[in-house]
Write a protein that binds this ligand. Structure first.
Ligand code: PMT
Length: 402
């Protein structure tokens, strides 16, 4: 089997010394390993250590071009099957979360399309600082997976969470990553870009009130997760939900129908498949009050205007994409769903009767009917949203064969 290529990026904390056994064990396990050391990392450990352990030249400087034929930070960014950042300092986490590219590690990470495992290590108070937490959330939103630090006595003398995971844990995480992705080549959606929209939107009325709906996001998140497991590059455009973003899925958070419209349209061109599961507000207040609207009269009449129909717009702009919409209905499910299929120029519509128990909003299950543009209709029994998501993607893959 072809050797898997690991790029080990080491930043400057005392835990940098633990990266040496990681490089060594990965090399001995049969991986091809290349190493980047930041300038600070070199204060703790030398390039020669890693060069000797991996039998490869070590990268330390963006401008030190080892081979004239290539630009090294782009070359190794493209070379890697997986990047492991260990240890990741607060500084490196901050830079990467904010797109700063001022050294070999950060330029390479900005350029790579490989998946990233990141193992933070720092003082417990730094680890718990809101700025670091926010930056880690941003990186998780890129689909990067964290290898949590351990708790214990830290090099600085504090006791708490911040110790770099042990070399065995880091190596295990790499093995697990490749085990999960072993099917590699046979993953049916590998190389495909999939955009899923999920959750509700919120339409603001004043600083304390908004209109929304009952969507929890469960159905859309299940589709995003299933598409990722099938090998796709998944972007989840989500309204406000309390759900955890599935591992490896890139997230774009929006609030209002207008924000979802703008985000979905801007990402549309690069997508192969779009599944619009979000429950988008059909109407939004004409007037948004800048201050809290004070209680005065017995009644309050609010004027609403139609929002732009995102799915219809995507249907009109459709080029190569497979476009799937949902229809949430409480009556005449098939008729209304078929009408949406035609009117919005969809390849498939997924109808669900949201008045049925165990179907639609908030539940862990859904009862769906899939209607394709060739007229075929496939009703399904009540299924978990994960199962329903897999069935939807099966039909999408059928559509791609045509
Ligand atoms: O999130 P859960 O709690 O798991 O619930 C799942 C669900 C019920 C939200 C989901 O299964 C579902 O039915 N999603 C679509 C909800 C909806 O808005 O349906 P609709 O029939 O009103 O809209 C039809 C389609 O047009 C949908 O694909 C919708 O995303 C899209 N639309 C609607 C309005 C608008 N302004 N822009 C749109 O793109």
């Amino acid at each position: 089997m072809e050797k898997k290529k690991i790029l080990l990026a080491v930043s400057g904390g005392i835990a940098a010394y633990k990266a040496a056994p990681v490089a060594s064990k990965l090399y001995q396990s049969g991986y091809d390993v290349k190493v980047i050391l930041t300038e600070s990392a070199q204060k703790f450990i030398t390039p020669l250590t890693f060069q000797t352990l991996t039998r490869q030249a070590v990268y330390t400087d963006t401008f030190e071009e080892k081979e004239p034929a290539v630009v090294s930070h782009i070359d190794i960014a493209d070379w890697a099957d997986l990047v492991l950042i260990a240890p990741a300092t607060a500084n490196v986490i901050g830079k990467l979360a904010n797109g700063i590219a001022d050294d070999m590690l950060s330029t390479t990470l900005l350029a790579t399309k490989a998946d990233v495992l990141i193992a933070p290590a720092m003082n417990v108070n730094m680890f718990n600082h809101p700025a670091v937490k926010k930056n880690m959330q941003t990186l998780a939103g890129f689909g990067w997976r964290f290898i949590e630090p351990n708790e214990g006595l830290l090099a600085c003398g504090w006791i708490g969470k911040g110790r770099l995971a042990e070399p065995e844990e880091l190596i295990n995480a790499v093995h697990m990553y490749f085990k999960e992705n072993r099917e590699g080549q046979s993953l049916p959606l590998k190389g495909k870009n999939v955009m899923v929209t999920a959750g509700p939107t919120r339409e603001e009325l004043d600083p304390v009130r908004y209109f929304t709906n009952h969507s929890s996001g469960k159905m859309g998140y299940a589709i995003a997760s299933a598409a990722k497991k099938l090998g796709a590059d998944v972007t989840l455009v989500t309204g406000p939900t309390s759900l955890e973003v599935p591992s490896g899925v890139q997230v774009e958070r929006v609030i209002s129908a207008k924000e979802m419209f703008d985000k979905a349209i801007s990402l549309y061109g690069e997508q192969d498949i779009v599944i619009k599961c979000a429950a988008v507000a059909d109407y939004t207040p004409v007037t948004v009050h800048s201050n809290k609207f004070k209680k005065k009269n017995d009644t309050w009449t609010i004027e609403l205007k139609k929002t732009d129909d995102i799915l219809k717009e995507l249907g009109e702009r459709k080029e190569h994409q497979i476009l799937v919409g949902f229809a949430a209905e409480t009556e005449n499910l098939e008729d209304y769903a078929k009408d949406k299929l035609v009117r919005k120029n969809l390849d498939m519509v997924v109808g669900n009767d949201v008045s049925k128990e165990g179907s639609g909003f908030g539940s862990d299950t859904n009862e769906i009917v899939m209607i394709k543009k060739d007229g075929s209709i496939r009703p399904l029994p009540i299924l978990s949203k994960e199962q329903a998501a897999n069935e939807i993607l099966e039909e999408v893959m059928e559509l791609m064969k045509r």
